[in-house]
Write a protein that binds this ligand. Sequence first.
Ligand SMILES: [Zn+2]
Length: 251
Amino acid sequence: MFDKIRNWRVRRAIARHPIAEPLWRDALQRCPAARRLGASDQATLRVLATLFLESKSLEPTKGLHLEDADRVLLATHACLPILKLGMDWYDGWHSVIVYPDAFIPRRPQIDAAGVVHQTHAVMAGEAWGRGPVIVSWADVLNTGKPPGHNVVVHEMAHKLDMLNGDANGFPPLHRRMDRREWSRVFSSAWDRLKEEQRNGADLPINPYALESPAEFFAVASEQFFEAPATLRQHLPDVYRQLEQFYRQHPF
Ligand SMILES: [Zn+2]
């Protein structure tokens, strides 16, 4: 019954606000990760992007204006991670706030000792547990620069991670996945990269990954979609875990 309602809603949403062909072609042009997909996956992605635009509110701020093509592009990036998972994985939140540029969150942070800090870090994006996703449009336009960078995929990975509690690099795994294997693979890759970092080596992944396990998962997810060959070459075990989680084989 619920499936029927959902399908009917989906059909209605797509019939009411389909993504026009020129906008979709433009999005594919600007999103290499989507361009690499086969025709049937691209068709699914287009449906998901339509639903995303229907169900989420994209909120440009600080004078930013987004054209329809920009909205479609943002939705296309956002739906890459859920291509084989489905829109339900993005339930429970509503807004994507889009800043023109990198931003400084003006809110206090409370550390483990109960001390409140005002953060001054410049952010490209941010995802709150039940709240909005925040991204910088300049960073969205810089997808792939440097290779592997994708701020939208990064924030969406945090959203998936937080489906089972805190962002800790441990999203809800599928039934046939092995939780211990996931932990073992990610922590041994972490240890190795930390070691390489201490030795001053160039890392095969954005060093921001080593901020925390949550950032490791988010940064590895960016690379999985944007530069899959590099991730598979340098961190093959991590690549395989992400293949199982996202149910995609981008390389
Ligand atoms: Zn992050």
